[in-house]
Design a protein around this ligand. Structure first.
Ligand code: ZN
Length: 96
């Protein structure tokens, strides 16, 4: 029973967004590519909004894939660093 899922990411740098959606895997992602937002965005000062937390303004886009997720997510470094954790890593971290 995982009614306290929020606590793991309640560290301020990744506010709730799709992190808490049950269909989104929270670990085991792979970095497919790293893109520069300035090559994509028409306005180089804006950057891209992180799809995972919806708050980060990212200039360096980490394109993430997961075997259980259809498609890719464009996220910032903070979220990417959490997403790439292997599932086994959970065993090493206290639940709260
Ligand atoms: Zn993010």
């Amino acid at each position: 029973m995982n009614t306290q899922a929020k606590s793991e990411y309640a560290d301020g740098d990744c506010p709730d967004h799709i992190w808490n959606q049950p269909e989104i895997p929270q670990r085991g992602w792979t970095v497919v590519d790293v893109l520069d937002a300035r090559d994509i965005s028409a306005d180089p000062t804006i950057g891209i909004t992180c799809e995972m937390c919806g708050h980060e303004r990212i200039m360096l886009i980490y394109l993430m894939s997961h075997p259980k997720y259809d498609g890719f997510l464009s996220v910032g470094r903070v979220c990417a660093s959490k997403m790439v954790r292997p599932y086994a890593d959970e065993l090493d971290e206290p639940a709260d």
